[in-house]
Design a protein around this ligand. Structure first.
Ligand SMILES: *Cc1c(COP(=O)(O)O)cnc(C)c1O
Length: 376
């Protein structure tokens, strides 16, 4: 266990929701109580209001909420009529759900490599991966930093492809002053509790400026039903519930503040970690706001460092230890001899440090002290 100055044993978790809850406890408990008393639990006033408030925040036409971020991707793909026989270009360095959604609609994920500086899609590799079957590109804004989304859009327009932005890790981040999730034909996000805007349970949303896409997604999330007992497509049961919407409406008001404190924490980490062994600290690209869903460093001594910190009571995580194209679930794609050099290399080197808006400077200093101890 790491020790503070007065030699107390400490435990530093990778994240801790309890601080945030204390901050908004009264507001949240009031709002939840109101929902409970209202007797309206599904697709009621809070869902409607939250969708409008998030659309206003993002400056996009429509937000359609749903049950989780994976469903948001599935709904987006279905709304664009992507399915069996189609190919979708995406990255292997992401949470599994990005590619899982593609497979769930019957399409095939085609993986391209990432950049070594920001771990986002390498846009110079996209055009080589396009075939006659390609229908869409799903870039992911990984760790809270926008990918080169304007280049992705240009490539898509040139090749007549859709863009679905997986913004699950970057809600509130901007590229050239515009929120990610609003560049593509459709954007998606997740309100899983660990995300920057997290519910107290599952949730997700789709963003679009296109009213037809909106209508289709609204129908798909309720069994393909544009009006009660009329079913135009085979759809899903995928809705955000009123309690989660009521909580998210409160949390949305704090999102910018919390994202700013994440960035402040990140820049202190970077400052303190300068010139420590072979550690590569995260870059923030020009024209981007990085909202540090994760603070992810790289080192050749990753496993040794993770172990050292664990023994000292400091939690770290590897996002993600196994690239998606190496997962057993995708064995059927025959990727055995397929290589993504950057994706594979960094999967052995990345390590995410404790990061949440209320992480104290004292905890950060202990984390850094212990990291330095591992490099002397
Ligand atoms: C969390 C996440 C998802 C999936 O969201 P769920 O709400 O857990 O289904 C998809 N893509 C990325 C990049 C994520 O981080």
């Amino acid at each position: 266990m790491a020790k503070t100055h007065n030699e107390q044993l400490v435990k530093i978790p990778i994240l801790d929701f309890t601080h945030q809850y204390k901050l908004i406890k009264e507001e949240v408990e009031q709002a939840v109580k109101k929902v409970l008393e209202s007797g309206a639990y599904i697709l009621g006033l809070n869902v409607e209001a939250f969708e409008e408030e998030l659309a206003t925040y993002l400056g996009c036409g429509y937000v359609i909420s749903c049950a989780n971020g994976t469903d948001a991707l599935v709904l987006a793909l279905r709304a664009l009529d992507i399915g069996s026989g189609d190919e979708v270009i995406t990255v292997s360095h992401s949470f599994f759900a990005t590619s899982e959604a593609v497979a769930l609609v019957g399409a095939t994920p085609i993986f391209v490599d990432i950049r070594e500086d920001d771990y986002n899609i390498d846009t110079t590799k996209i055009e080589n991966a396009i075939t006659k079957k390609t229908k869409a590109i799903i870039p992911v804004h990984i760790y809270g930093q926008p990918c080169e989304i304007e280049d992705v859009i240009k490539i898509a327009r040139r090749n007549n492809l859709y863009v679905i932005e997986d913004s699950a890790q970057a809600l509130g981040a901007k590229y050239n002053g515009k929120f990610v999730g609003t560049f593509g034909d459709v954007g998606t996000t997740s309100f899983y509790p660990t995300k920057n805007l997290g519910a107290c349970g599952d949730g997700g949303a789709v963003f679009t400026n296109d009213s037809e896409i909106r209508e289709k997604i609204c129908a798909l999330r309720v069994h393909g039903s544009p009006k009660r007992y009329v079913h135009d497509f085979i759809g899903y049961n995928s809705r955000l519930d009123e309690i989660q919407a009521a909580i998210l409406r409160i949390k949305l008001k704090y999102l910018d503040l919390w994202n700013k404190s994440r960035a402040k924490i990140a820049y202190l980490y970077s400052d303190l970690l300068k010139n420590t062994g072979d550690i590569v600290i995260p870059v923030t690209k020009k024209n981007c706001t990085h909202i540090f869903h994760q603070y992810t460093i790289r080192t050749k001594k990753r496993d040794e460092l993770a172990n050292h910190l664990k023994v000292k009571g400091i939690d770290t995580l590897i996002y993600y230890p196994v690239p998606i194209h190496k997962q057993k679930a995708f064995d059927y794609l025959n990727y055995k001899n397929f290589h993504l050099p950057v994706t594979e290399k960094i999967s052995h080197e990345i390590l995410s440090l404790p990061m949440y808006p209320e992480l104290s400077q004292e905890s950060q200093r202990i984390v850094v002290e212990e990291i330095k101890r591992c490099f002397v």
